[in-house]
Design a protein around this ligand. Sequence first.
Ligand code: FAD
Ligand code: NAP
Ligand code: SF4
Length: 675
Amino acid sequence: MDALSTPYPHLFAPLDLGFTQLRNRVLMGSMHTGLEDRRKDFPKLAAYFAERAEGGAALLVTGGFAPNIEGWVKPFAGKLSWPWEARKHRQVTSAVHAHGAKICLQLLHAGRYAYHPLQVAPTRLKAPINPFTPRALSARGVERTITAYANAAKLAREGGYDGVEVMGSEGYLINQFLSARTNHRDDAWGGTPEKRMRFAIEIVRRIREACGPDFIIIYRLSMLELVPEGSDWDEIVAQAKAIEAAGATIINTGIGWHEARVPTIATSVPRAAFAGVTAKLRPHVALPLVATNRINMPEVAESVLATGGADMVSMARPLLADPQWVNKARVGKSDAINTCIACNQACLDHVFQNKLASCLVNPRACMETELNYPKTYAPKRIAVVGAGPAGLACATIAAERGHRVTLFDAASEIGGQFNLAKTIPGKEEFHETLRYFRHRIDETRVDLRLSTVVTTETLSGYDSVVLATGVTPRAVNFPGHDHSKVVSYLDVLQKRVVPGHRVAIIGAGGIGFDVAEYLVQNAPSPSLDPGAWMHEWGVDASFDSAGGLARPRVEPPEREIWLLQRSPGKPGARLAKTTGWIHRSTLKAKGVTMLGGVEYLGVDDAGLRIRVGDTEQTLPVDHVVICAGQESRRDLLAPLQAAAVPVQLIGGADVAAELDAKRAIAQASRVAAAL
Ligand code: FAD
Ligand code: NAP
Ligand code: SF4
């Protein structure tokens, strides 16, 4: 199918780079998976990239490889400085080339973000997100580092790569040289914007010199820094022009330093929220520009390209979620795409915990050689009870494998608790997962029976039963728990109760935080309105100011909220690493009172009586919303076992504690692979 016969003609137009052509406008953005770090994982890395290349992407970029040991992101992370390190990359590059795609290796020197004591930086300044303090590079050290970049690029070429991406953004070493925030030098590499730029320019120039004219050099330019003292717009334009002159082939967009206090890729960030910054640079350079961040569906990508604001789109997590994203988009099957919901739960959060990355909606990601769904030669009749995330994944995979699957749910729609999650402001993407599963149910011909409360009798005649009946909210039993003010999060999110102006939330886990965000949001969700979202987070919508920052303007909420937990310490400490701070900041900005170490003394007409330390007080609330965790719902298990029916538990029905959709879907997929 050519560019004219696809619904997304701009996305599928080839891109001519002069010495080579890209088959479409999709760049798979760099993403550290953990497979880069150990030689023995390279066959897995090759399989991972091969699936994405077969899936249609034009140009893939690897996770970051350091040009020397000082530049390691963490001890023994991926590095490319010796010929024997280059040779092992051949298996990755040839696997990608076999599917007609091109691949660049990302060169990343972490600078002061390196999580080890050997770290270096332009100036001895500790990053706020790292316990280590860097050593300032000497002038000779700067020269040595530039040589290391050129050497690594040459080795990448020997390893079969079509080019490199020079990571110049996100607050890593090159970015640290560029910025007055982190570069306080007064030698040839600092002191004026021109001297701060020299390091980046020399790296690109020397790579071009070392690798010749027919080698792709992508430069990831920090276009919107989102930190105080970050580059202003004039400096960014000057940097882009200098990088073009130094010999880059493509400029990719970098948004936000890792230490920025503005979210840049979380699910609450509006789709394509930062495409405007790439578009603003478009008139200033002739090189192809790549737009990035929160572009996750073909319609979004097409509109970014059609408006002329960029020449390519970068997607990393969306291709983790669905390796076939590009092929599906090309033939107009947008509905069949397993959409990245930008939750970070299995990708970025794993990387920060030193675990292998994967994907909440696609547990096969980075497990391509291990988790597969082979056709069965012995089809069975399988009943799956519960169409929440666990039941949906299990039923559709089992049916795809050739089993005859009936999927039951008591509710009138599929989705289980995801139907609650999707009502939370900033979690609108959860609708996409349900759309995807509706499509999968049709495609795999699962026999779906909604509005059916399953009993043991319903389940006679099946060869195997999978119970995915999920969870029920945990009851509390302090005095007054049955007062009319006391309601469950189900009552609120299913709109059976509209809470009053003053509300206490009991339980500050993921659901307590979500309910608080639901209750403090007055207007339509800012996640659906980039302008409103930028106001709230203090992003200068003109992108002119230093770092692109403005004064945040937060709409005061209509409700006064208390978010409470019994454990000592700050509520939210156990939320996820990459997104917990966003939830805490949002609620703080909305004036929510968050208290730990709370004892619940009772509820009466006056409100909720609590004790914190030695102090007792009555919170004069209209409602108390209970978000005190969940318990497994598995009343069908014992009778089925008694009747000797082969039965398995998955998701919340199996274990309710610490349950999330990541665990539910991963477990369901593994069970379905073995049925
Ligand atoms: P459930 O989703 O509970 O589904 C169970 C299904 O079984 C239900 O549809 C129910 O109707 C059906 N059922 C039960 N008994 C019967 C019966 N006898 N007959 C027929 N049908 C029956 N997780 C994350 O990972 N990330 C998030 O950001 C996130 N946000 C959340 C926000 C909110 C507000 C809530 C409430 C949850 C959130 N979760 C999130 C948690 C996530 O939704 C759950 O972990 C997940 O839904 C559990 O999946 P499950 O399939 O095990 O159970
Ligand atoms: P949770 O995280 O286990 O939190 C339950 C809260 O209730 C805790 O704050 C707990 O704190 C309190 N609690 C427990 N028993 C109580 C009792 N008997 N009386 C009063 N308070 C009690 O569970 P959840 O909030 O229901 O979330 C369920 C799961 O959904 C989570 O594990 C989470 O992974 C997932 N989820 C994830 C997200 C996300 O953004 N990733 C969002 C929503 C939900 P104390 O014991 O200290 O009081
Ligand atoms: Fe996207 Fe979440 Fe999967 Fe990461 S884990 S790729 S953010 S859906």
